[in-house]
Design a protein around this ligand. Structure first.
Ligand SMILES: [Zn+2]
Length: 456
């Protein structure tokens, strides 16, 4: 009976997917819903690909799973991933459906699952991946993910003991996951400009998890990401098997030590969080036995997903679109840090509300007070234009950071706001937007590019 249910579920889910795509939608969620309705233990029954990888973590999981999928395609594998949509249970089941033939046989070499941290308790015990990459665990939206300790405990409890973990040695939280499992660590070694004391507004995990003493940092990159040791007990960061050593932005290269040997690859992005993402991918590739020449080819080929970061030049002006994870103060602060440290005179547009949080307004705004608006207090930022339903809350926080009021403009309607972007006396315009508002951000971009063309 279970087998009949499973086969019926495959066919019904595939038909649902086809129908939804005919209607012009992605169909990344509903086929999974249908499959689960017919066969609730679909994940347990579906045949597995030779390689099953889950990617989770607070920040970077979408980037890593997208680029990892591209990387595996370069190796010649047939791969499916849920990159087009949902990372909760129905999205993962849809991905599984896509990995199967109509007769329910596995039709791919590898499946990559971007897995929501909180939903991982409903996914990991059933998918039982070969590998799980955890990019990091940091403070996230209070309403959805509570606290790092809570999310840690969810993954730690529900991750099967057979899973080999690929962990960030520099994340004092996620590196402690599942000590009994096979684990391998990646990291980024000491760099010029590293700190040794917490400097961010958010500095979680500053105390030794074993004895409670204040941790010492050999280097601290941002928030709690860095290399630590406890002055009172034997607690210390794990040694990374694969370590980034030199990040050469000028020449676009990344030097690493891999299994004790030196190697140099193309640098995918200079942004530090993306260097960690690249090291996570490198480590997975190394674990599955990819040789150095192939890894070189992969890093020469793959790139950051365009939708998250792109730049368009119009005459002497350039528009940079940069996606942040809404209600996640760490992600948005990383964006601010990047934008603020760019040398040009610039305009910054903030469209960071998550309108799906509540229709016509945004219910939860506590995260705004955790974002480091202080980063924006630079002379070369000539205007901060804030739009969206919570624009005045963002403004209040920006004023509290000490940003001059005369350089702030609030326009609640996002499209109308584009008429008020300061284009004179700047070289770059940054539009920082929320991952839930990609379509809106693209419409804003199109309108603004039109205005920029007109002034060229
Ligand atoms: Zn200690």
């Amino acid at each position: 009976m279970a087998k009949i249910r499973f086969h019926l579920a495959v066919i019904a889910a595939k038909l649902t997917g086809k129908l939804i795509r005919l209607l012009g939608r992605k169909g990344s969620h509903n086929p999974g819903v249908v499959a689960l309705k017919i066969c609730p233990n679909f994940m347990d029954l579906a045949p597995r690909a030779k390689l099953v990888v889950c990617v989770t973590g607070t920040n970077g999981k979408t980037t890593v799973s997208n680029m990892l999928t591209d990387a595996l395609l370069v190796t010649g594998r047939k791969v499916v991933s849920n990159r087009a949509g949902s990372n909760i249970v129905p999205g993962c089941v849809t991905n599984l459906v896509n990995s199967l033939s109509w007769t329910g046989k596995c039709a791919v070499d590898a499946t990559v699952f971007e897995t929501d941290e909180r939903a991982s308790r409903l996914i990991l015990p059933h998918l039982k991946p070969d590998y799980m990459i955890v990019t990091n665990l940091s403070r996230d939206t209070l309403k959805r993910n509570a606290h790092t300790d809570y999310i840690f405990s969810v993954i730690d409890t529900y991750c099967p003991e057979t899973v080999k973990l690929i962990l960030n040695a520099d994340c004092t939280c996620s590196s402690q996951l599942r000590p009994g499992n096979d684990r391998v660590f990646f990291g980024v070694g000491a760099q010029p400009g590293d700190h040794t004391e917490p400097y961010n507004l958010i500095a979680d995990n500053t105390l030794c998890p074993k004895c409670g003493t204040k941790l010492q940092y050999e280097y601290l990159r941002y928030n709690h990401i860095g290399k630590v040791k406890c002055p009172e007990c034997d607690f210390a960061s794990y040694e990374a098997k694969n370590l980034a050593t030199v990040i050469d932005g000028e020449n676009g290269t990344l030097s690493v030590t891999m299994n004790g040997e030196s190697a140099r690859f193309k640098l995918i992005s200079e942004m530090m969080h993306n260097v960690y993402n690249q090291m996570a991918i490198l480590t997975l590739l190394d674990e599955i036995g990819t040789d150095k020449a192939m890894i070189e080819k992969i890093f020469d080929t793959i790139r950051l997903p365009d939708i998250r970061f792109n730049e368009t030049q119009v005459g002497k002006l350039s528009l940079v679109m940069s996606m942040g994870k809404g209600q996640n103060s760490v992600s948005v602060s990383r964006n601010f840090d990047f934008v603020a440290n760019e040398p040009e005179d610039k305009t910054v547009i903030l469209d960071m509300d998550d309108p799906f949080d509540r229709r016509k307004s945004v219910e939860y705004m506590g995260w705004i007070w955790d974002v480091e608006y202080e980063q924006l207090c630079r002379d070369n930022i000539k205007q901060v234009l804030i739009t969206g339903p919570r624009c005045y809350d963002h403004k209040a926080r920006l004023l509290l950071a000490g940003f001059p009021e005369e350089k702030i403009l609030c326009v609640m309607d996002e499209m109308e706001a584009m008429d008020h972007v300061l284009l004179e006396g700047v070289e770059k315009i940054y539009l920082i937007f929320d991952c839930t508002t990609l379509d809106l951000a693209n419409r804003m971009k199109a309108k603004l590019l039109g205005i920029m063309e007109g002034k060229k």
